[in-house]
Ligand binder design. Sequence first.
Ligand SMILES: O=c1[nH]cnc2c1ncn2[C@@H]1O[C@H](COP(=O)(O)OP(=O)(O)O)[C@@H](O)[C@H]1O
Length: 198
Amino acid sequence: MGESRVLSRAEALELGPGWRHACHALLYAPCPGRLFGRVPLRHAVLMQMRFDGQLGFPGGFVDPRDSSLEAGLSRELREELGSGAAPLSLAEGDHLGARFAETPQRLVAHFYAKRLSLEQLRALEEGATKAADHGLEVLGLVRVPLYTLRDGVGGLPTFLSNSFVASARQQLLQALGALGLVPEAELRRADAVSRKGL
Ligand SMILES: O=c1[nH]cnc2c1ncn2[C@@H]1O[C@H](COP(=O)(O)OP(=O)(O)O)[C@@H](O)[C@H]1O
């Protein structure tokens, strides 16, 4: 997916027939711990290693049989994260924006974010190995390092130099800023360092 515009949920639904909708979610929890006893972890943010070796967020295509975008997202989360995802109940209010790429595929990628307690997030991590897709479409959950180490490279800049599926990298950066999980200046620096090559 190349450059894309961010639309509201309503604008994306007005695109009409012929568009496929996919929904993905950033699940996060406040995380008071410190790495090596000194580097604040800030929050635990979940992404997943996909079957194709790329990083992405849990979620997937909404099926015409799903009663809403959020119902489709909940179904995908159960497939990928297991039954522990059932009580998450993502709602319209958790929608952060939708991106569409002007490619022949006509795909709209909706993005949601939901704050959990650290206990809920840990339970999801533990249960995810029992999900239907585990070891198949999903190789494992990973936490995103939200800090930058003293060398200016380790942590978030190195994480951002991985390969991300579709708009997942843009979604991650947008959400970390919008949710206040990483200060904007630090995000811009991490983005620039990772693009320059480490
Ligand atoms: O984290 C993501 N953010 C944005 N788009 C994604 C992400 N993961 C997958 N996609 C895109 O969303 C669409 C659905 O892919 P996905 O593999 O999640 O669906 P599925 O689980 O229903 O097969 C594909 O076009 C894919 O490139």
